[in-house]
Structures are given as C-alpha cells and as structure tokens.
Write a protein that binds this ligand. Structure first.
Ligand code: GAP
Length: 438
C-alpha cells in the first residue's frame, strides 16, 4: 500500500456523497432547492450513528441529562421573548449590476462584486433569518408562527414542565436533537451552511454562582468527545468569541473549530447564556420559571450553559476528516477511514464466486437478524467490491471462498491495514462486537 499525497476538496466530498448514496440535493429533478438536502440510505445511517454517540456522551456524566422533542413550529410570542424577532439578523447587500446577493459582513464593500467585477452595491439592509408562516385556515388575520431557528427555545419554555414532571434537580441538562430552519442569505459549502438542518443541543441549568465552573466542565467534555471521535486533533481548536461577536444572549462563548479546506470554521458553540432566556420568558409570559433554593430559603432563576452542534456540520467534518486516497497494488483507491462506531456498514460479506452465494448469504442474513449493519455484495471482481466498501468506510470485508465450505472460516480484510486473517464463522459476531467497542 503506497500512501499518496492527496487533496481533499469539497467537490470530491459532494461527489462521493451523491455517488454512494449519502446525500442528494433536494428536489434535484426540479433543479433543486438551494441550501436543502436529502439523505440517502448510507447518509441516514451515518446521521443516526452520530446522533446516538452524541446522546450517549451527553448522558454519561454524573448530572442528569434528560431529553425533549419540542415542536418545530413556534409561536410568535416565544421568538419575541427570546429576542430572535428583533436580533436574529444578518446584514445583506445586493450587487445592482449582476443582482447577486451577499452577506455584507463576508465582503469588503470597498471592492468590486466578486461575481461580476463591477462595484455597484445597494445599501446594507438587515435581514431576519427566520422562516415566517401563517397559522390557521384564515389568512390575513395576523396569526404568525415561525419555524424554529434553534432547538433551544423549546427547552427553555418547557423547563418548568420537565422540572415538575420528573425527578431531576438542579444542576441538570435537557438535550434535544431536532430540525432547525434558517433562511440563510448565502447557503454554502454543501452541508456547512444549510437552510434546513438538525441541531444537537443541550441546555444545562445550574445556579448562577456555578455557571463559570460548569462552562469549563462542558468545554472539557466536548473537547474530549471530538478526541474520542478520532478527529485529527491538529485540525481542531477552541476559539473564544470576541466581545463584539457574542450572540445577544451570551456572556461567554467558545467555538470548537475544525480546519475545513475553506479554513477554520465553527463546528460547535459552547455558550454561557446566563439567566437571559428564562428571565426573558418570565418577563413576557408572566409565568414563574424560578426555582426555590431550600438552603438559602429564596427563589432564583437558573443560569444556562449551552452546547450546540449541527448534525450535518459534524457529518461533513467527519467525512473531510476520514477521506483518504492511496494506492493498492498499482491501483488508486478512495477510502473513508470512519471509526467502526459511526461507519454506516460495519462489515460486507463477499462470496468469492456466485457458486458460493447460498451459504455466504446465510451468514449475512444471520448477522442482519442479530442487529449488525452488514451488506451482501456478489457483483463484480473481488477487487472492485473491496473498493466500493472502502469508499463508503466499511471497516472490514468478510470473504467467503471455496475453503470456507470445508473449514467454516472466512477471510477478514481490514480496510485500513489491508491485513487479512482467517476467523471461524461462529466467531464473526464476537469479532464485530469487539470492533464496535474500539
Ligand atoms: N442555540 C444556539 C445556536 O443555535 P448557533 O451558533 O447559531 O447557536 C449552533 O448554531 C450550531 O448549529 C453551529 O455551531 C453549527 O454546528 C450548527 N448550525 C448553525 N447554523 C447552521 C446552518 N445554517 N447549517 C448547518 N448547521 C448550522
């Protein structure tokens, strides 16, 4: 195996995702919808694996972290209180010559338009990123709702419901995985900035005097998560926000950034949101969302530490990080060096000849029945089949050959080392379980 110098580009990732059924542009047969994507069979599984790992990680600490699945459609009053109606805006500018639209904070307006080369800008306008819709059968009545721009608000408005209906006590967290929508002015870089995406957010409620301590704790835990995920640590960094870039609700924020081919960019935001959100909802709803401190004999409004990451943004990060090109026996190959924990397929079962299909398929069916993510592939040369599996990140291939009929063993071929070893068919499940533990 010769290791090649290769460049991972966005184009290569987009093409692999389409070719192998990870991600498709939405409504492609109608020329697509900008910033919106559909996930194919392998993409769905990869996403599920990412979400499962995130949740397991959130729930393994001493403090309770419970789950919520809030509504996507949100009442106007919620986003008035949260500040999104007034503050969730990006500055927008148009080129009067070519009519292209940009975020003005991503341009130098003293320079000409990057698209047509002419300098003829409109005034900068503020654009609210929320999708607004009318609710109810009667239009024109002014009953507006919004597709939520973050999952967090449904956690805040349900904070008291969770506290009073479960046995959790402060400090504790509420985690949510769900869709969020932003009418981004310039959706770009594939899954990096989308208009419809999923967030994995956890709001951790604690006493104000403990907020700084828990902020540091969660920064540490989240950094460890990305180490455990196997991301190249040279490409991961923590970047504290400057005062002028803090969101309207946050006192302190650290971004976990990853070095994409288009530079270091935010992967996850960890923020100290103080008591801003609960206080705003107390003020606007006139409901008491405070908690009684029996030690001090007084009520207080909890502070919140938030960890928030986009599922698709992490998905894209994982693909960039795992992408490799090398050469095997004079032939070039593309592989995804995915951890077995997140690889959509754990093992492929490959009969060496179609004559061996019947017995090898029994192994595949048994593994599938027992919950393993496996694929059966009997078409094309064995080399071609290995390449197909390498490209979708399958950690091992199990080849069933003529000897297997006699010795009841298969050859395990490792995606990364290309090493081959014979193992008994009755040991396959244990082998795969061990692999999934790594
Ligand atoms: N509740 C806090 C919040 O929403 P954010 O920094 O706006 O904070 C959190 O978003 C995370 O959600 C980001 O770090 C990113 O991973 C993901 N995200 C935000 N906007 C996105 C978009 N347009 N497309 C894909 N992911 C996005």
């Amino acid at each position: 195996m010769a290791s090649n110098k290769f460049e991972v580009t966005l184009e290569k990732i987009v093409s692999l995702c389409k070719r192998r059924g990870f991600v498709f542009p939405s409504a492609e047969i109608y020329s697509g919808l900008n910033g919106v994507y559909d996930f194919g069979p392998l993409g769905v599984t990869l996403k599920q694996n990412i979400k499962k790992l995130w949740l397991e990680n959130m729930q393994k600490w001493p403090e309770d972290v419970v789950q919520l699945d809030g509504a996507i459609l949100g009442a106007e009053s919620v986003f008035k209180a949260s500040g999104h109606i007034d503050n969730f805006i990006d500055p927008m500018v148009d080129c009067l010559n070519c009519k292209k639209r940009f975020r003005s904070d991503e341009l130098d307006l003293d320079k000409p338009c990057p698209s047509c080369g002419i300098k003829n800008w409109t005034e900068v306008r503020q654009f609210n990123l929320m999708f607004k819709t009318e609710v109810g059968a009667m239009t024109g009545q002014g009953n507006f709702g919004y597709l939520r721009p973050e999952t967090a608000q449904s956690i805040f408005i349900n904070f008291k419901n969770v506290l009073s209906s479960t046995r959790v006590k402060i400090p504790f967290g509420i985690a949510q995985i769900g869709k969020a929508y932003r009418n981004e002015i310039t959706p770009k870089q594939f899954l990096f900035r989308m208009r419809e995406f999923e967030q994995m957010e956890m709001e951790f409620f604690c006493k104000g005097e403990n907020a700084d301590k828990f902020f540091d704790t969660w920064v540490e835990r989240r950094s460890q998560f990305y180490k455990d995920l196997g991301l190249d640590q040279k490409k991961v960094r923590l970047r504290p926000h400057e005062k002028d870039e803090l969101a309207h609700y946050s006192k302190h924020c650290i971004d976990v950034e990853y070095e994409f081919p288009f530079g270091f960019k935010e992967l996850e935001g960890i923020a100290n949101r103080t008591d801003y959100d609960l206080s705003q909802h107390i003020k606007h709803s006139k409901k008491d969302l405070s908690v009684f401190d029996t030690d001090k004999n007084e009520s207080y409004v909890p502070h919140v530490i938030e960890c928030s990451v986009g599922v698709e943004r992490l998905f894209l990060t994982i693909l960039f990080d795992a992408y490799r090109e090398d050469e095997v026996e004079g032939e070039s190959r593309t592989l995804l060096k995915l951890s077995p924990k997140i690889a959509p397929i754990t093992a492929a079962i490959l009969p060496l000849s179609k004559k061996l299909s019947e017995n090898s398929k029994k192994i595949y069916e048994q593994l599938k029945f027992n919950g393993f993510k496996v694929q059966f592939d009997e078409s094309g040369s064995i080399g071609k089949r290995y390449r197909r599996q390498d490209e979708i990140g399958t950690p091992v291939c199990l080849t069933y050959d003529f000897d297997s009929e006699k010795d009841q063993k298969v050859t395990v071929r490792n995606r990364d080392t290309l090493k081959q070893e014979r193992i008994s068919i009755d040991q396959i499940e244990k082998y795969l379980k061990d692999l999934l533990q790594k």
